[in-house]
Design a protein around this ligand. Structure first.
Ligand code: COA
Length: 292
């Protein structure tokens, strides 16, 4: 067992028993060839549960995914419409997460997700990625976990983080882009899968203009740091602080940075270590490649 798996299992104790396992909710034509062969990671020992989103028998599983999604995002005006899930996830993409053996789950979770015991596995999280026209690059556009609906002491620590980690590893994702809102707790997760380049800091075309668009080269070396909160020395060696900040309370700071990105003054990066230490609405320092 690697030392990173050791660290992980101390915090995400639920991962080991086999009663919570990764699932892959992908139509057969989109199954990954040689899964889990690009990145070095020994975290996911249990065989995933495979579900075909186009199979009518899997409708209860899909309905429970909707329950997590709608309840996690409903208040943010981002709940996924059914046609978007079907047309933009089930058909073109890769949907994955973790599922719990229904008979072993707390009744509260089953009630929250309106899930019945006759179905063996109940989804607990969701992550969606779709490949882009740009070879090797995937776009992530949905990450949510049942943790956001539970009090802290009843949560499955690392569920959201590990859902994305599993999917990136399993689908051999090289480059992952995504969008998130400034001040979202998800930034604490997204910044750990590889050095996070900010390719957009303001997106008025989106439902929420205060959206950050990012890209990272997936690198499993960083993943353990999500659990240890240790600084990423490789990041600090490569990138230095600029005088620029993004203040989640100040839209103008996002627009100013967006103009800098458009003027090719970047590339600009965010530091996972900084984000981990900060409150969700605290200003974030922007980093840049150090001069050679
Ligand atoms: C964001 C989300 C996916 C995180 O998943 P999760 O399973 O709750 O989080 P994990 O257990 O994997 O990770 C826990 C860490 O996440 C961060 N975190 C999660 N929720 C947080 C919150 N409400 N406030 C601050 N930090 C939070 C913390 O860093 C926490 O670690 P710590 O307690 O040691 O500081 C989940 O809260 C969610 O579904 N939110 C609603 C939907 C959403 O906003 N998705 C993001 C779209 S880009």
């Amino acid at each position: 067992m690697s030392s990173s798996l050791n660290t992980l299992l101390k915090r995400a104790t639920w991962l080991e028993s086999g009663d919570i396992r990764p699932y892959v909710f992908v139509r057969p034509e989109n199954m990954i060839t040689n899964p889990g062969t690009r990145h070095n990671c020994d975290w996911f020992k249990h065989e995933p549960i495979f579900k075909n989103p186009l199979d009518l028998k899997e409708l209860p599983f899909a309905e429970a995914i909707y329950q997590i999604e709608w309840k996690a995002f409903g208040t943010q005006d981002l709940a996924i419409p059914r046609w978007v899930f079907y047309d933009c996830a089930a058909m073109p993409g890769f949907v994955a997460g973790f599922a719990g053996r229904t008979s072993k789950l707390p009744q509260k979770v089953k009630t929250l997700l309106n899930f019945s015991d006759e179905n063996e596995w109940c989804p607990l999280s969701l992550f969606i990625i779709i490949p882009t026209m740009h070879k090797g690059e995937w776009v992530a556009y949905d990450l949510c976990s049942v943790n956001s609906l539970l009090p802290k002491q009843e949560q499955y620590y690392g569920l959201g983080f590990l859902s994305k980690a599993f999917a990136l590893w399993y689908a051999n994702v090289n480059q992952c882009s995504g969008m998130t809102q400034w001040s979202s707790p998800s930034l604490k997760l997204h910044s750990n899968y590889g050095h996070l380049e900010m390719i957009g800091s303001y997106a008025p075309v989106h439902t929420h203009a205060k959206t950050m668009t990012y890209r990272c080269e997936v690198n499993t070396d960083n993943w353990e740091k999500f659990f240890t909160h240790e600084p990423d020395l490789a990041f600090l060696e490569k990138y230095g602080k600029t005088e620029h900040i993004i203040d989640p309370n100040d839209e103008q700071s996002m627009i100013t940075m967006q103009n800098r990105i458009q003027n090719n003054e970047g590339p600009f990066y965010l530091n996972a270590g900084d984000i981990a230490q900060k409150g969700l609405r605290d200003p974030l320092t922007v980093y840049k490649l150090k001069q050679a």
